[in-house]
Ligand binder design. Structure first.
Ligand SMILES: Nc1ncnc2c1ncn2[C@@H]1O[C@H](COP(=O)(O)OP(=O)(O)O)[C@@H](O)[C@H]1O
Ligand SMILES: [Mg+2]
Length: 264
């Protein structure tokens, strides 16, 4: 039995959780929904089970419950990796530590240090540390635009598109390019996604990034960087909008395989 935390943003027309549930059942597996809001982590009776978080509310309650459940259950993705992905600072630190190409990034509470970096770079991308969906990301070229600390600032990488690569178990299984007229090409910002072939370079860097942040599966955001790619971030509860690959089927297979392994 796979216990499933549904994606809070699911709608009747766009229901990621239901797509995977259907595939699990088609493959002969069994699963049930787990309502984290109504789960007391100290008295669940859940132990030795697989819990799959298709999504998580960005509130402290759901994360805490899932984290507590991970003491005696296998949670996919692990709460630690979901937290790592949510934090752009932790993600950047791990990318740098693993020697994975990523734009030059600064994180500081010092306005002076931030201004110096901005002057060196000429213009930088500023992002909220726990941001998502391309929200509140800006290209700035003057100290007046810095706002309040702390500052997560990044080298601007000129581009006309970005790439989202879906990785399962270290292997890139699907990729799209996203284009838009705005800085952030996220679908949520009005970007258009179209499937692209996974090149060996994409495979290598996306797989390495997913491994570096410790996810079983994830959505890796890439930009072209010179003749290669760089990694912006990894999403620990990714969507698969616009992907041509049969991601729900592949996720279902992965989860059932994980369950078989656990039962051995
Ligand atoms: N350093 C950068 N240079 C150029 N564009 C960027 C840079 N960082 C982010 N972007 C654009 O903004 C989008 C969102 O950035 P990302 O770091 O993935 O944050 P989010 O979690 O909000 O998706 C990227 O997919 C890309 O289109
Ligand atoms: Mg992103």
């Amino acid at each position: 039995m796979i216990h499933i935390v549904p994606k809070p943003t699911d709608t009747p027309d766009d229901n990621s959780t239901a797509m995977v549930v259907r595939e699990i059942r088609n493959l002969g597996g069994s699963c049930r929904y787990l309502d984290l809001d109504a789960t007391d982590p100290f008295a669940t009776g859940l132990s030795g089970e697989i819990i799959w978080a298709c999504g998580l509310k960005q509130d402290e309650h759901q994360f805490e419950v899932l984290n507590a459940l991970s003491i005696s259950n296998t949670v996919v993705n692990s709460p630690l990796s979901i937290f790592t992905c949510a934090s752009k600072v932790m993600t950047s630190a791990l990318l740098v530590r693993h020697g994975i190409a990523t734009p030059r990034t600064l994180f500081t509470a010092s306005r002076d240090v931030a201004v110096r970096f901005l002057e060196e770079q000429g213009r930088v991308v500023i992002k909220p540390v726990y941001g998502f969906d391309g929200n509140d990301i800006f290209l700035i070229d003057s100290a007046d635009q810095l706002g309040r600390p702390p500052y997560y600032l990044q080298e601007y990488v000129p581009n006309d598109r970005d790439f989202r690569v879906f990785v399962i178990d270290g292997k890139a299984v699907g990729a799209i390019a996203r284009v838009s007229d705005t800085l952030a090409h996220n679908i949520h910002q009005g970007g258009t996604g179209m499937p692209v072939e996974i090149s060996p370079e994409m495979q290598e860097i996306a797989g390495a990034a997913a491994r570096a942040v410790g996810v079983d599966y994830g959505g890796v955001d890439l930009l072209r960087y010179g003749r290669d790619f760089c990694v912006l971030e990894v999403n620990g509860t990714p969507n698969w909008h616009c992907m041509a690959a049969p991601i729900p089927r592949q996720l279902a297979e992965y989860l059932l395989e994980k369950e078989r392994f656990l039962r051995k």
